[in-house]
Design a protein around this ligand. Sequence first.
Ligand code: SF4
Ligand code: SF4
Ligand code: SF4
Length: 321
Amino acid sequence: MPINNERRAFLKASLAAVSTAIVAGVPQPRAASAALENELCTLLDISKCIGCEACVDGCRDVNGFKYPKFEGDMPTMFPQSRVKIADWSSKEKREIRSRLTPYNWLYIQTAKGTHNGKSFHLYIPRRCMHCRNAPCVNLCPFGASFKQPNGIVRIHDRICMGGAKCKAACPWHIPERQSGVGSYLNLLPNFAGNGVMYKCDRCYDRIAAGELPACIEVCPENVQTIGPRREIIAKAQQWVDKNDGYIYGADENGGTNTIYLSPVPFDVLNSAIATGLGQPHLKAVDDAMADANMLAGALIAAPVAGVIGAVLRLKQLSRSE
Ligand code: SF4
Ligand code: SF4
Ligand code: SF4
């Protein structure tokens, strides 16, 4: 069968990706560069947020077509004790808005308390932080988690096997799994990761079309702004100086492309919010990729991810022909 242009281009790109992964072997050094400073970054001034959840609705309206399409096929996993099913597909579970799920990529945390003798009642929109040197990308064994050149961190739903390495590696445990969907059903339905991981993709498709992410566009209080990281950090610093406030995300996990501003210290906020499964904390976070074990994991994952990712992409392509 003659090879078509699309397939030829794909093969070339895949082989290039594989050779790069094998030759490089490790993620790129995290030294600051002009490209990193120009990555897209969001600034969230939580003193403005009124907790109306318009952003949550906007995210659901715009991104609903990307949510898991579960069709009721849930293979029994082996061993059952090790590989847990995660099923959010029922009508009630899809409606959950009090935490992150595969069907809810953004939710609002509430923080109430007192600080320096003054009471506070704040709302904090939470979702993926889009880390600059994301451990979810560096440690995904299938190359399904990836970072766009503009800094957006995404998970490819046709390559992800749902093994949840990204969730384990993420300091905030952001990605959420839906079992019974994805490539594992065609490859190793009883042994693979058992689903696909989902999280905020920063409305990459809207950004590519020159539009704002939905949560930013619909917010009635202009809580969020988006721009090159260098500019966002400068704005954040001005706000902190003017308001005697606090920043989260400038240094967390080596720096993220999501920056929060607050009139109350983040360790105080962390004690005031509900945290747990699907409800990320606001603790100070060291750079995960500076940890020797994480680096070793990335060393192993990088070439394997390149090869497996290329094979899975080829399978997808041949299926679509
Ligand atoms: S960020 Fe904006 S839209 Fe979202 S809850 Fe706060 S005020 Fe409402
Ligand atoms: S917050 Fe977690 S899921 Fe999001 S980019 Fe960082 S490591 Fe990945
Ligand atoms: S950037 Fe897009 S995907 Fe992410 S929380 Fe906002 S609306 Fe949802």
